[in-house]
Design a protein around this ligand. Structure first.
Ligand SMILES: [Zn+2]
Length: 138
C-alpha cells in the first residue's frame, strides 16, 4: 500500500472512528486483523495521506475497496462513488436487515457490494456480535 500515514495520524483516525470500521462498523477489538487507515481517495488517484482523506477500515473492507473509487449502482447502472465517511453519515446510506447491511442509496449500494459487507462469513460474525450485544457499537 502506497502512502505513508504517520503513527500520530493513525492514532487520530482510529480514535475519531471510536475504533470501529467506518464502512461495516466492525469494532477493532473483535477483528482478526488490525484495522488500518484507508485512503478514501486512493493514493494512485491523487488522494493525500491527510486526515480528511482517511477512514478507519477493517482488513476486509480495506482489501476489497483496494484502489477503487466507486462502482456501478446495481439498481440504476450509474457509476457512483463509494460512501465517504468524512462527508456522509452512515445511517443515511445503510440499514441493518438482521445481521445484513443493506445500502439504501446509490453510494450505500456500491459500497456494500464492492466491499462485500454481506459475504457469508462476515454476516455470521456480525450475527454473533449482535447476539452478544457487541455490535454495532456506535
Ligand atoms: Zn469494515
Amino acid at each position: 500500500m502506497a502512502g505513508k500515514v504517520s503513527t500520530e495520524l493513525r492514532r487520530l483516525t482510529a480514535e475519531r472512528a471510536h475504533f470501529c470500521c467506518e464502512y461495516c462498523l466492525l469494532p477493532q477489538d473483535f477483528a482478526t486483523h488490525r484495522h488500518e487507515p484507508d485512503h478514501i481517495v486512493p493514493v494512485q488517484h491523487g488522494g493525500a495521506s491527510e486526515s480528511d482523506n482517511l477512514a478507519f477500515a477493517c482488513f476486509s473492507c480495506n482489501r476489497y475497496k483496494g484502489p477503487n473509487v466507486g462502482s456501478y449502482d446495481p439498481l440504476t447502472g450509474e457509476f457512483t462513488p463509494f460512501f465517504n465517511p468524512r462527508t456522509k453519515q452512515w445511517r443515511y446510506h445503510f440499514r441493518f436487515v438482521g445481521a445484513t447491511i443493506e445500502g439504501v442509496t446509490p453510494e450505500g449500494r456500491v459500497t456494500a457490494k464492492i466491499l462485500r459487507f454481506n459475504d457469508d462469513d462476515r454476516v455470521a460474525e456480525r450475527r454473533l456480535l449482535i447476539q452478544a450485544r457487541l455490535y454495532p457499537s456506535t
